[in-house]
Design a protein around this ligand. Structure first.
Ligand SMILES: [Zn+2]
Ligand SMILES: [Zn+2]
Length: 498
């Protein structure tokens, strides 16, 4: 059976829970998830059994949020049940459980019958998850264990109910203790070497990999905060659920990089019987130049692949090319003219056709009414609406983007019609966009801007590799992908030996 690739978000927040700092209605959350994801779980803040007293009685606000979550639980169940639409969009009921002693967990239910259990220890939560067949996902484990970090407690990570680890979210990344995506944003502090995916794998934990946003603006799948990818037979709850338990999953930071990884034809997440001969195949189809693909064995890089070394740049239109249209920027914050720009834009192709497209819509600024949305998509037309602002944007990135795959030659033309924030139109020859990006301004200074990125030829965004490795011990392998724009993907491991 051939698997299909689906992208979703298994961990996010809105005002159903800690409404003092998590925003937006659940109705809006569901609408957003449905507009650009294949699946999602909503995991409102529910309980913190060992919550410490906080300055200015801050803990009372948390308790107020938890009580609010409990009060809304019947309605949450109802909305999430109604949101699921097998074949079109998958929604899972869930909640988040905090713990200083054991680390936080997302609790995700397969069906609509999940109960809110305010467990006072991990044994109680684990027993309930086992009884219900629920999935527990440890997340932001990279903090220091205990109070106030709430990082990993490896003794409390039981693979029989926790087959997955969320290794990246808006908190940062903790695949390892070095590299990009340090923990910077939250009260819990920085990340430690002891609480990384790599440390858990070295301990022998069988952890599949996902990323999810942990977004607090009610924006599941927000660009740049992490997404979970699964290989499932079909877009149904049962099928995606099966893929999660089989660890046929991987995580991306934002760009929906397509990644395949097999050893001796077994998919990522597999545990293979001991064998000395390991035939490793990796395929990547990204959304920018792929800077590097690394095969990691037992936490050390076994092999590095740099697609540019072998790229055939003589015939850049021999395959589909990628075109990224990024928009936003606007007045520097210090100018003191904060504003939200509303965008409506249409891209039309002459002499070419669109293939895949990827929306890159971020969570900020928080807005209950406005929506980022692709309104129309066809062979030669794409129309979308969006909103951007420097004030309240995520990670000080005041832009959104849409990326297209285009089939067409150098003489094909891209026409851009801007309806808002101003009326303008632009026309570019693909051959010219292959050599240089283009910048447009929406009006006179100070105004918002548009960047049509330099096109990416297929030879730079798609690659395959095969290597053979030998070994006589039990080993694990995983893949790390880095695009030129910094976006990354991490596969679930494949283990050799039980
Ligand atoms: Zn948490
Ligand atoms: Zn959370």
């Amino acid at each position: 059976m051939a698997y299909q690739l689906f992208f979703g978000d298994l961990h996010n927040h809105n005002s159903v829970g800690l409404f003092h700092y998590s925003k937006g209605s659940l109705e809006r959350t569901i609408e957003i998830a449905r507009s650009h994801l294949d699946f999602f779980a909503f995991t409102g803040h529910s309980h913190w059994h060992d919550m410490p007293p906080m300055p200015n009685e801050g803990h009372l606000k948390w308790q107020e949020g938890f009580d609010h979550h409990t009060k809304l639980w019947p309605k949450t169940k109802q909305l999430m049940a109604a949101a699921n639409d097998d074949g079109k969009f998958v929604a899972f009921l869930g909640y988040e459980w905090h713990s200083a002693e054991y680390g936080d967990r997302s609790v995700i239910f397969k069906n609509d019958d999940g109960d809110l259990v305010h467990a006072s220890c991990i044994e109680e939560l684990t027993a309930y998850a086992r009884e219900k067949g629920a999935l527990l996902v440890p997340h932001h484990i990279g903090y220091k264990s205990g109070l106030p970090g709430r990082g990993a407690n490896w003794d409390a990570i039981d693979n029989s109910v926790m087959p997955l680890l969320e290794i990246f979210s808006e908190h940062g990344g903790h695949e390892r203790d070095r590299g990009p995506w340090p923990y910077l944003r939250h009260t819990n502090g920085p990340r430690t070497s002891l609480n990384t995916l790599q440390h858990g794998l070295a301990l022998g934990k069988k952890l599949g990999v996902v990323c999810s946003t942990d977004d607090h603006f009610g924006y599941p799948g927000a660009y740049g905060e992490g997404l979970a990818a699964v290989y499932a037979e079909e877009k149904t709850r049962a099928s995606i659920w099966e893929a999660l338990w089989a660890r046929r999953t991987y995580g991306v930071t934002g760009d929906r990089i397509e990644l395949t990884f097999t050893i001796n034809d077994a998919a990522m997440g597999s545990i293979l019987p001991r064998t000395s001969d390991r035939h490793i195949e990796v395929g990547v189809r990204g959304w920018d130049d792929i800077a590097m693909v690394e095969i990691v064995k037992n936490n050390r890089v076994l092999h590095r692949h740099f697609p540019e070394d072998a790229a055939d740049l003589e015939r850049p239109f021999s395959g589909p090319v990628l075109c990224r249209i990024e928009f936003g920027w606007g007045p520097w914050a210090a100018l003191g003219i904060p504003r939200v720009a509303d965008w409506v834009m249409t891209a039309r192709l002459e002499g070419g056709r669109f293939g895949r497209y990827m929306p890159c819509f971020q969570s900020g600024p928080m807005d209950e009414e406005r929506r980022n949305k692709v309104l129309e998509f066809g062979d030669d037309v794409c129309r979308w609406q969006s909103y951007t602002s420097r004030a309240g944007c995520f990670a000080e990135t005041p832009t959104n983007a849409v990326v297209f795959e285009i089939e067409g030659g150098p003489d094909a033309a891209l026409n851009l019609e801007l309806e808002s924030p101003s009326t303008k139109s632009f026309r570019y020859r693909l051959g010219d966009l292959m050599t240089s990006s283009e910048i447009e301004f929406t009006a006179d200074f100070p105004c918002e801007s548009l960047l049509i990125h330099r096109l990416v030829p297929e030879t730079m965004y798609a690659t395959r590799m095969e290597i053979h490795d030998k070994g006589t011990t039990d080993d694990f392998y995983y893949v790390r992908v880095t695009q030129a724009n910094g976006q990354m993907a991490w596969s679930s491991p494949i283990w050799i030996g039980e």
